[in-house]
Write a protein that binds this ligand. Structure first.
Ligand code: SAM
Length: 283
């Protein structure tokens, strides 16, 4: 059978599938830098990552955007004919962890994608360490801590990967915004110091639902592991200093988990946010 490359994506089916995933996303919490990627960029990002990470065991360190679900779902619906062989999503937000599990269960694709509650303050669990060969992270962008939060998320992704690994860090990229260029330089230096090197940078690519900086875009910074990288990896808890200004100025990392207090059906109006005025009521 002739295979169709992801480059010839059926755009209508892809957008409709991504739209299903978007309906399932919990409302973003701005205080933890949950700022969701826009729909068009999600479609293109999913297609791109599917090709780059085809047949790889892929781990997500945080994924409010839900690119992980898009990958799994578009493969499951055969909109994509290649992509990662397995996906694990780690996130400290239980609403996101549950949203992934619920969607995967409904679509009958729980064999392709799993999710787990995890705060990157903690050492990576032993059963995850070195078990993957690709990582994806769209971390807090590190505007106020010189990129330290980007390094933390990237570090956890690297620790999850064994030999012959690749990864992508999705971070702010705007040459008119000096902090974004500083953080990019820091991230690249960090990768070199930790057994990875930059394979490619796709600059100025994605847009977000970010009301105070609607023009701020992000890039894909792709890494590949150095052949002489030291393995096996070890993982340690974060020390206090690395938690400062994690989500912005004076917004230290101090929350262990965001708990799913009230199970709502995402994509549907929440009770209490509207009232019904019946025919005849207004007379
Ligand atoms: C920080 S946001 C970055 C913006 C990205 N566009 C998004 O909204 O997903 C990425 C993800 O990291 C998760 N996250 C934030 N702090 C975390 C932590 N300490 N440990 C694990 N995940 C965390 C968020 O819940 C979110 O899903």
């Amino acid at each position: 059978m002739a295979t169709r490359s992801n480059a010839q994506l059926d755009l209508r089916r892809a957008i409709n599938a991504v739209s299903d995933v978007i309906q399932n996303r919990p409302q973003p919490l701005r205080e933890f830098d949950q700022i969701y990627m826009k729909a068009g960029d999600m479609v293109l990002q999913t297609s791109l990552v599917a090709q780059r990470f085809a047949d790889r065991r892929l781990i997500f360190i945080g994924d409010g955007d839900a690119i992980s679900l898009c990958l799994a779902y578009l493969m499951h619906r055969q909109v994509l004919d290649e992509g990662p062989s397995s996906i694990l999503v780690l996130d400290f937000d239980e609403r996101i962890v549950n949203a992934v599990a619920r969607f995967a269960d409904r679509a009958e694709m729980s064999d392709r994608i799993k999710s787990r509650l995890y705060n990157c303050i903690d050492p990576l669990p032993e059963d995850i360490l070195g078990q993957f060969n690709a990582f994806y992270t769209n971390p807090p962008w590190g505007a106020s801590n010189d990129g330290e939060s980007v390094k933390v998320f990237a570090e956890r992704g690297m620790e999850a990967c064994g030999a012959d690994a690749v990864g992508v860090v999705v971070i702010a990229d705007d040459k008119a915004v000096p902090w974004s260029q500083r953080v990019l330089a820091q991230a690249q230096r960090f990768a070199l110091d930790n057994g990875f090197f930059v394979q490619e940078m796709q600059t100025n690519l994605h847009e977000y639902h970010l009301d105070d900086a609607p023009d701020l875009k992000s890039c894909n910074l792709f890494f590949r592991s150095h052949p002489d990288r030291q393995l096996p990896m070890k993982s340690y808890a974060l020390h206090e200093k690395r938690l400062e200004d994690f989500y912005g100025r004076e917004q230290n990392l101090r929350v262990k988990y965001v708990r799913d207090a009230n199970r709502v059906d995402y994509g549907k109006a929440v009770d209490g946010t509207y009232q019904l005025e019946l025919l005849g009521d207004s007379q």
